[in-house]
Design a protein around this ligand. Structure first.
Ligand SMILES: [Zn+2]
Length: 70
């Protein structure tokens, strides 16, 4: 596994993941990922991407249809 950014070697570690969506902000501190030893660029594997997408769709369902606050 090499970094898409700088082509350095990536090692298995954890990386934070943050996303701003309409109505909420999702923040994960330690998602399993490949992290570049040179520039710190994280690469999430398909399993983790699917886990994040599942979380997002659950959050979307919970926030959908609610009247905007304010
Ligand atoms: Zn890199």
């Amino acid at each position: 596994m090499t970094c898409a950014n700088c082509a350095s070697r990536m090692t298995k570690a954890v990386a934070p993941f943050h996303v701003d969506r309409k109505g909420y902000h999702l923040s994960l501190d330690a998602v399993p990922a490949w992290v570049c030893s040179q520039c710190g660029e994280p690469y999430f594997e398909e399993r983790e991407v699917r886990m994040i997408q599942r979380l997002l769709s659950q959050m979307d369902k919970q926030t959908a249809g609610r009247a905007p606050v304010g």
